[in-house]
Design a binder for this molecule. Structure first.
Ligand SMILES: NC(=O)c1ccc[n+]([C@@H]2O[C@H](COP(=O)([O-])OP(=O)(O)OC[C@H]3O[C@@H](n4cnc5c(N)ncnc54)[C@H](O)[C@@H]3O)[C@@H](O)[C@H]2O)c1
Length: 350
């Protein structure tokens, strides 16, 4: 075994290089997320609960720390089979300030630190808002594929047409999903109109319409993406699920417990997702147990949990730090191998 030694410096990787890596290979990002879920299910991860920093006088704002360790080198049944795994530890530190949007810049900003497994030394800092949005969209689209049984949806509803929905759109496009039509709803109609224009110009192909109300973004859909900034449930009518769609409940707090309780529920990690006043947590508070959570996305991917026909399936991904590491580590390794980023050789006092 070689003697551990500190890294040669700290590599800083900015948004442009992160984006280039991801834009060029969303299939690779999806494979990294898939491997991370399977590694997590097999115990090859450490993923403590996220830590929420909140402010007494800024109730809408928060900064979240997500430390994690991921070892996906064990070879975890990757159908693409083309991407090498890695052994990464580190932390994502992500701020959410919804008011930023009114001033013309994004809600979320983030950094990721990667730490050397042998020495603990940090060796890279990455811009992580793109990594975060990418792993979120990849996990949702992986859930859609596993629950629908392929890359095909007849009618896709979007409730909330902001940044995360746009990343879902790019995954659907780059993964060659076949979609006949899209129907959009946003409480800010201009956002839905802008998203409609992006869909028409940039894909994926499919007819596009904007619904007058949220029911219109569920009616007749086999897939519904929910990515709003709602803090408490606003989707309360059980009839919304009448057409038994797969719902990607990315924003976690939109659905009333009544809707949760009538569906098949899938999450990424039950202990993580059934807390912090998520819809799953509210449902648990209502019924006094969590048996209504049927399993994890790893169970679905491995074929151990099969969706019940004629019943809505809701995927509520809490968003594990191991997913950030999977995508961030994958981006770093490829950028570093190409000599990219900015290396700060004298960063450490040694
Ligand atoms: N589960 C995860 O892993 C994970 C990861 C990242 C982000 N998120 C969540 O995804 C959500 C979306 O993030 P974003 O960056 O796209 O935000 P964003 O601000 O860019 O977009 C949100 C959109 O939702 C719209 N909206 C707000 N309330 C609505 C409602 N009641 N009905 C319909 N539309 C509504 C807004 O007008 C806006 O267009 C956030 O809640 C964020 O916390 C989840």
């Amino acid at each position: 075994m070689s003697t551990p030694h500190p890294p040669a410096g700290l590599r800083v990787i900015g948004a442009a290089e992160v984006a280039a890596q991801i834009d060029g290979n969303r299939e690779g990002a999806l494979a990294a997320v898939r491997r991370a879920y399977l590694a997590h299910a097999s115990g090859a991860t450490a993923n403590p609960h996220s830590s929420f920093l909140r402010f007494p006088d800024r109730p809408s704002d928060r900064i979240i720390a997500l430390p994690a360790f991921l070892d996906d080198t064990a070879g975890t049944d990757d159908p693409a089979g083309t991407e090498d795994g890695g052994r990464w530890s580190g932390i994502k530190w992500i701020a959410s300030y919804p008011g930023n949007v009114e001033h013309g810049f994004p809600r979320a900003s983030a950094t990721m630190v990667l730490n050397d497994y042998e020495t603990g030394y940090p060796y890279a800092v990455l811009e992580a808002s793109i990594i975060s949005a990418t792993r979120t969209a990849a996990s949702a689209v992986l859930g859609a594929e596993a629950l629908l049984g392929g890359r095909r949806a007849r009618r896709v509803g979007f409730v909330g047409t902001g940044l995360i929905s746009d990343h879902v759109r790019m995954f659907l496009r780059d993964l060659d999903w076949e979609v006949d039509e899209f129907v959009l709803f946003d409480t800010v109609p201009a956002n839905a109109e802008r998203f409609a224009a992006t869909l028409a110009a940039d894909g994926p192909k499919g007819a596009v319409s904007v619904a007058d109300d949220v029911a219109g973004a569920f009616a007749g859909c086999d897939l519904v993406v929910v990515a709003t900034v709602a803090g408490t449930p606003h989707l309360t009518d059980p009839a919304l699920l009448a057409d038994a769609p797969v719902v990607l409940h990315i924003s976690l707090r939109d659905l009333a417990p009544e809707l949760i309780l009538q569906a098949t529920n899938v999450t990424d990690d039950v202990d993580h997702a059934v807390r912090e006043q998520t819809s799953l947590h509210l449902a648990e508070q209502q019924v006094g147990h969590r048996e209504f959570v049927h399993g994890t996305i790893a169970d679905v991917v491995r074929g151990e949990l099969v969706r019940e026909p004629g019943r809505a399936a809701i995927f509520s991904p809490f968003g594990l730090g191991v997913l950030d590491l999977a995508v961030g580590g994958w981006v770093h390794d490829q950028v570093a191998a190409a000599g990219g980023g900015h290396l700060v050789p004298d960063f450490f006092p040694i």
